[in-house]
Design a protein around this ligand. Structure first.
Ligand SMILES: Cc1ncc(COP(=O)(O)O)c(C=O)c1O
Length: 347
């Protein structure tokens, strides 16, 4: 298994900067619905969640045949890999390392296109074109905005790239962190035009990692392929209830985007003042950082946990090493506490 999921130690009041979960918590309306929904646990949920899917489809102006629900976004990464076994995939790295695990597990071949710090971890048309034409992959994985670098690409740029592959290739866009940016992402595009799949997670934005609910939207051909391998009842009744209403939470969404935007800028500016730390510009709710003198972030993690906080070391991401770490944006008080610690920390 890959390394994930936040702090599991025995400190109960830790501020966990290693998980990129909305610091505003679960929206109140969803929380109440989940509490009331406890009685529904005596019944089996719908096998593929058609009712919730219908409501979601209406809420985001898509058709149900363009959607698929998952036990967290993660289920759909594995399901897509399973439905495409033995194909060749190009992965834009460094990125979420489950793509690689899922693809390899189901017999797909993977090719990494590793972006560097000198490139600002940003993909360019030239670099992508070169890799696509050399490898002619069957599918491409792009996380947007990317975990852990925070780099974002605009739809226009992506659509230009999609024109390069004039062969039958699936474009997989993981937009699990897009909602924090306020940008529409590829979910807003016509899913019937083009061979692409967009992954969405409810875990991060709606602060529901324990509920395990996510969905994907894409060309019905891709969805149909995935449905052939989908196991029954992977989504529980409470997850389905949450899914029905999340898109009505407009006030919560605006408040979140406002909070993340303003705190991200404050945290970025403060981190830039710390000479021993290099911080990378991000579009979403976390920052990738690097300890400049090459000191290990494993020591930093150990030291910061003694001070009641935790962070994500990044040595297991392709193209990164022990000097990199990732920190989530939290409440202003928590962010201040983190900055104070980092200002004083001696590597
Ligand atoms: C980029 C990315 N995609 C997908 C996931 C999986 O999210 P979920 O909790 O919805 O399964 C994660 C979890 O960290 C992630 O970082």
């Amino acid at each position: 298994m890959n390394k994930h999921g936040g702090y599991y130690g025995d400190k109960t009041d830790i501020i966990d900067f290693s998980v990129n979960i909305n610091p505003l918590g679960i929206p109140q309306g969803i929380k109440e619905k989940l509490i009331q929904g406890i009685e529904s646990l005596v019944d089996y949920p719908e096998i593929t969640g058609e009712t919730a899917m219908g409501k979601l489809a209406a809420g985001i102006s898509k058709r149900p045949d363009q959607l698929i629900l998952g036990n967290g976004a993660i289920e759909l990464i594995y399901l897509l890999a399973r439905s495409l076994s033995d194909k060749k995939a190009l992965i834009i790295q460094p990125t979420f390392n489950e793509y690689s695990r899922a693809l390899k597990l189901y017999g797909c071949r993977t090719v990494d296109l590793v972006l560097t710090k000198e490139e600002g971890f940003r993909l360019t048309t030239e670099k992508l074109k070169e890799a696509l034409l050399a490898e002619k992959p069957d599918l491409l994985f792009l996380c947007n905005p990317n975990n852990p670098t925070g780099v974002i690409y605009a739809n226009d740029e992506i659509k230009e790239w999609m024109a390069i592959s004039d062969w039958d290739m699936i474009w997989f866009f993981d937009e699990s962190f897009m909602d924090f940016t306020g940008q529409p992402g590829m979910l807003s595009e016509d899913l019937d035009q083009g061979n692409f799949f967009v992954l969405k997670s409810l875990t991060k934005f709606y602060a529901l990692p324990g509920l395990r609910i996510g969905y994907g939207a894409g060309n019905p051909k891709i969805i149909e392929g995935m449905m052939r391998y989908k196991e029954p009842w992977t989504i529980n009744s409470l997850g389905l209830l949450a899914l029905e209403d999340v898109y009505q939470e407009k006030g919560f969404a605006n408040q979140t985007i406002e909070h993340i935007n303003s705190q991200r800028e404050i945290v970025f500016n403060e981190l830039q003042k710390i000479s021993s730390i290099e911080v990378f510009k991000s579009a979403t709710d976390f920052h990738l950082c690097r300890i400049r003198n090459g000191a290990s972030s494993l020591k930093l993690k150990n030291d910061i946990e003694q001070a009641g906080m935790s962070l994500r070391t990044c040595e297991d991401f392709s193209g990164l090493d022990e000097s990199y770490f990732r920190i989530a944006i939290k409440s202003s008080q928590a962010n201040e506490r983190l900055i104070e610690f980092l200002k004083k920390w001696k590597g």
